[in-house]
Design a protein. Structure first.
Length: 324
């Protein structure tokens, strides 16, 4: 399969580089961040490291949407939620009826937006427990070794790989790339379960500017996690959504990811905060709060954290005016 990644940030670069280097796939990259594109071109590739070690240059091809002429089998989309509409509009002339699209972005709403450009049976979703950090333009760090990476994958319309050679090929390529995919059957349950995961680690580690492992080491980490997970699961149940796993298994996954699999990781929301960019909290905790309001199961903790992160954005900009 040939892939083109829309969004050459930490996750987009990681997926694309692993597919290129481990699975032998042809991969191109499209981005809208001019400093990133120009840095990659000037150094003839992207610098990548693993947990801060073995920094090396990987040759890649990156393009602005308006100059790209490729025709991939599958698009891979990793863009911030608030940037997605604009970049998809720029890429729209490149989309063809025979192409498929995959995304494992954080938050809620991106698949509905992708469905405006691709039919439901050509959309594949994922939820990735895979960490990445952007040091700066053209310089990326992957967190967690090959055994720590894990992801779920499901067709947007719920069809199974047995009837779909494209989905089978994506799964095979992702396995060869060491992304460790697991195919699941419930698309909505998969996506909302990942939002619950992010609503704890991404949000709390961003507010307090700490790594996953530093959160897990605190005596109250498990209790905070249990309370946020319980509130989110109650909202999902009220909405008729069956999440993957149970409250207990979700808490275990969050704590194990933080303490064992990715202890050195800063979440992407933290990276946005410290660059004075809007965070995706409205698409994560804000989405869970809205889900609860709409179905009679209020989520005061998630409501509070949504406001708290926006306050943290405001406070960081006050204390770091040079970053704005």
């Amino acid at each position: 399969m040939r892939y083109t990644v829309i969004g050459a940030g930490g996750m987009g670069i990681q997926f694309g580089v692993l597919l290129q280097e481990n699975a032998g796939c042809g991969v191109d990259f499209i981005d809208g961040w001019s400093e990133n594109i120009e840095a990659i071109r000037a150094q003839n590739g992207a610098y990548v490291s693993q947990d801060g070690q073995d920094r090396h240059l990987v040759p890649i091809d990156v393009y602005y949407p308006e100059e790209y002429t490729g025709d991939p089998d599958v698009w891979i989309v990793f863009v911030k939620q608030h940037q997605l509409a604009g970049l998809l509009e720029r890429c729209a002339p490149l989309f063809r009826s025979h192409q498929a699209v995959f995304s494992a972005m954080n938050g809620h709403g991106h698949f509905e937006r992708l469905n405006g450009y691709f039919p439901a049976d050509r959309i594949y979703g994922g939820t990735a427990l895979i960490g990445a950090y952007v040091y700066g333009p053209g310089d990326f760090n992957f967190t967690g070794d090959v055994h720590a990476k894990a992801m779920n994958l499901c067709a947007y319309d719920g069809h199974t790989p047995e009837s779909d050679p494209v989905e089978r090929a994506i799964v095979e390529d992702f396995r060869a790339a060491t992304l460790n995919p697991t195919v699941v059957e419930d698309f909505e349950g998969m996506c909302v379960a990942k939002i619950v995961f992010n609503s704890v680690l991404n949000t709390l580690c961003t507010m307090y500017r700490i790594r996953f492992g530093e959160f897990a080491a605190h005596p109250s980490a498990a209790t905070l996690t249990e309370r946020l997970v319980d509130e989110a699961y109650s909202a999902a149940e009220a909405a008729g959504i069956t999440l993957l796993g149970t409250r207990e298994s979700e808490v275990d996954t969050i704590m194990r990811t933080a303490a064992v699999a990715h202890p050195k990781h800063y979440p992407s929301m933290y990276q946005d905060l410290t660059r004075c960019r809007p965070t995706e909290v409205d698409y994560i905790n804000g989405y869970l709060a809205q889900l609860g309001r709409e179905h009679g199961s209020t989520c005061p903790l998630h409501e509070f954290l949504t406001d708290e992160v926006h306050l943290a954005e405001h406070a960081y900009a006050i204390h770091h005016p040079e970053t704005i």
